[in-house]
Design a protein around this ligand. Structure first.
Ligand code: KIV
Length: 272
C-alpha cells in the first residue's frame, strides 16, 4: 500500500468563521522563525501571526516602524516552512500600504508569493479601507487591527489603553464595521476597554481577536516572547506569562560557561 502522508485539517479563514459561529475560541500567537513556529503548530495553535513586533523582539528596535518588507518576507517564509496546520497571517510593515492602495496590493502580493503565507494584516480603519478592498479584490485575505495600533505610536505618543472616550469608542466601532464590510476575515482589537471589545464582537459577524481587550472576544493573541517570558522588561496588565524563559535560559548558559571553564564539558562520553 502506498505510504500516505497523515491528513492534517488546515485552519483557513472559513474555519475561523465557523469557530466564531459555534462559539469556539480562537488561539493565536506571534511567531517569527522556523523552530518556534514548529512548536506552536505541533501544539495546535490556530493562527500564527508573523507580527511586525519582530522589529522589537527579534531585532531590538524600540518601535515596529523600522522593519522592512524584505525582513517580513524572511520571517514569514521561515514560519511557513514550519507549519502544517495553522493559518499564517503576516503584518504589512509600516510604509508599505498606507495612503496608496496600489502599493498595498503590491506589498501583499510580494508577501503571498515570496513567503507562501495565507493572509496579511494591516492597521487602521476608514483610512485604509481602499487598500483593504484592493488587496481582497486580488484574492488575498486581510485581517484588520484597531485600538492600539503600534505603527501610529508617534501620532498617539503613548501605549496607554485606547478608545476610553465615547467619540473614540464610536469611531472604533464604525471602523470595525467598515473593515467587515470591506471583506476582512477578522479584526484584532488591541488594548481597549473590555466592554467596548464585547460590544464590537457582538455587532460583527466576523471574528475578533483580542490582546488586552478582555474575555468577550472571539479569540486571543499574545506576543510569543512575552508569554514565554523571554522578554522580562514588559509587563502590561493583560499579559499572562506561562514561563520564565529569560531566567531559565540565562541559567542554562551560565552553567554551560562554567562547565567549559572548569573543563567539565565535554566529558568522556561526549567525544569521539
Ligand atoms: O505585531 C504584533 O505582534 C501584533 C500583535 C500585538 C497583535 O500586531
Amino acid at each position: 500500500m502506498p505510504n500516505r502522508k497523515k491528513e492534517v485539517k488546515k485552519v483557513t479563514t472559513h474555519v475561523l468563521q465557523e469557530m466564531k459561529e459555534r462559539g469556539e475560541k480562537i488561539a493565536m500567537l506571534t511567531g517569527y522563525d522556523f523552530s518556534l513556529a514548529r512548536i506552536l503548530d505541533h501544539a495546535g495553535i490556530d493562527v500564527i501571526l508573523v507580527g511586525d513586533s519582530a522589529s522589537n523582539v527579534m531585532s531590538g528596535h524600540e518601535t515596529t516602524l523600522p522593519i522592512t518588507l524584505d525582513q517580513m518576507v524572511y520571517h514569514a517564509s521561515s514560519v511557513v516552512r514550519a507549519v502544517e496546520r495553522a493559518l499564517v497571517v503576516v503584518d504589512l510593515p509600516f510604509g508599505t500600504y498606507q495612503g496608496n492602495s496600489k502599493l498595498a496590493l503590491n506589498s501583499s502580493i510580494r508577501i503571498m508569493k515570496e513567503s507562501g503565507a495565507h493572509s496579511v494584516k494591516l492597521e487602521g480603519g476608514k483610512e485604509v479601507e481602499k487598500s483593504v478592498r484592493r488587496i481582497i479584490s486580488a484574492g488575498i485575505p486581510v485581517m484588520g487591527h484597531l485600538g492600539l495600533t503600534p505603527q501610529s505610536i508617534y501620532k498617539f505618543g503613548t501605549y496607554v489603553v485606547r478608545a476610553k472616550e465615547k467619540a473614540e469608542a464610536e469611531k472604533l466601532l464604525q471602523d470595525a464595521l467598515i473593515l467587515q464590510d470591506a471583506g476582512c476575515f477578522a479584526v484584532v482589537l488591541e488594548k481597549i476597554p473590555a466592554v467596548l471589545a464585547a460590544e464590537v464582537t457582538a455587532k460583527l459577524t466576523i471574528p475578533t481577536i483580542g490582546i488586552g481587550a478582555g474575555s468577550k472576544v472571539d479569540g486571543q493573541v499574545l506576543v510569543l516572547h512575552d508569554m514565554l517570558g523571554i522578554t522580562n522588561e514588559f509587563s502590561p496588565r493583560f499579559l499572562r506569562r506561562y514561563m520564565n524563559l529569560y531566567d531559565e535560559m540565562k541559567g542554562a548558559v551560565s552553567r554551560y560557561i562554567s562547565d567549559v571553564k572548569n573543563r567539565d564539558f565535554p566529558g568522556d562520553k561526549e567525544q569521539y
